[in-house]
Design a binder for this molecule. Structure first.
Ligand code: FES
Ligand SMILES: [Fe+2]
Length: 320
């Protein structure tokens, strides 16, 4: 994935599940190819865009948006029909570019529902790539119990908990946990949020999470995060933040959210790297579900391509 603005006049290199991909805009619009020239495998992202074609920097072969080779310099009369760059699926949505290595993938299906319209402000945050596993990142963000420890003082606190009602709704291809509670005891929650009525955490397979925090009068914050697998060991979170317009100027909210969340994100990133390294040291994960782990099994099933039976579970009473 990339931000729309990152792909402009030059080819742009990204990595998707370990595979180098080049994004570029030509005559036919936005395109994504595996980042290797079919000739000698030179990275196409090192080339340039000329007359709406992607031109390899090694021998100057030029490719159309369909991947067809349109020119081989020095061989004007040759039949080029065998020579093709490898296209992969790409879609642009709300200022973000999504890539999938499966060409048949319908990328626009299964996109999260984000509040739209004049009532909302949005911004994207392309976070630093982290050494982490995608599964652990999803599990972390859907798990409320770590917040009292890893984010002690900021979001929740270790030594003071409140009673929370948790309800889980499962869908064939996702689930959402709702937490009815008052504002958390951490200072950041207190400073940013006001009174809380409920929060929700939703998993949208394969790699997206959406959190919503609601006050008595409606939505305070919606955060949608795609945990993009650059390779097996690296995750780049791309987050879309949505707030109600009434709550102050958009730029100020963006600055505040970035400032406040910077430390929280760092704390999670550190934890995820520790998990990653320790899991690698032991040759693989070995998880034992605790009494509060009501969504991890569902996450695991969906993440591995399975489905869930739609139902509502709970309410459960927990302390957070
Ligand atoms: S490697 Fe690309 S043109 Fe030769
Ligand atoms: Fe966290």
């Amino acid at each position: 994935m990339a931000l729309s603005g990152q792909v402009a006049k030059r080819p742009y290199a990204v990595k998707v599940a370990g595979v180098p991909v080049v994004l570029w805009r030509g005559r036919e619009g936005l395109r994504a190819f595996r980042d290797r020239c079919p000739h000698r495998n030179y990275p196409l992202s090192a080339g340039r865009i000329e007359d709406g074609r992607l031109v390899c920097a090694y021998h100057g072969w030029a490719f159309t948006g369909e991947g067809a080779c349109a020119a081989v310099p020095g061989c004007a009369t040759a039949d080029l029909s065998r020579l093709k760059a490898e296209r992969v699926a790409v879609a642009e949505w709300q200022g973000m570019i999504f890539v999938s290595l499966k060409p048949e993938d319908r990328l626009s299906d299964g996109l999260p529902d984000i509040p739209q319209g004049h009532d909302y402000d949005h911004f994207w945050w392309a976070m630093k790539p982290q050494r982490a596993r995608v599964f652990d990142a999803l599990d972390n963000v859907l798990d409320p119990f770590h917040t009292n420890f890893i984010h002690d003082g900021l979001i929740r606190v270790k030594h003071r908990r409140q009673r929370v009602e948790q309800t889980i709704e499962t869908f064939e291809n996702g689930f959402e946990a709702t937490y009815i509670q008052n504002t958390d005891y951490g200072w950041m929650s207190r400073a940013l949020e006001g009174e809380r009525a409920r929060s929700r955490g939703r998993y949208i397979p394969p790699v997206a999470f959406q959190g919503r925090w609601e006050g008595r009068k409606g939505l305070n914050l919606c955060v949608t995060i795609w945990f993009v697998p650059e390779d097996e060991h690296t995750v780049q979170p791309m987050a879309r933040f949505t707030t109600l317009k009434s709550k102050g100027p958009a730029w100020l909210k963006q600055v505040m959210i970035r400032l406040f969340l910077f430390q929280v994100i760092q704390q999670d990133a550190d934890a995820l790297t520790k998990l990653h390294d320790n899991i690698a040291a032991f040759g693989g994960p070995q998880f034992h579900a605790g009494p509060g782990d009501r969504v991890s099994d569902k996450l695991m099933r969906l993440y591995n391509g399975g489905k869930l039976v739609p139902e509502v579970l709970g309410p459960y009473h927990i302390e957070l």
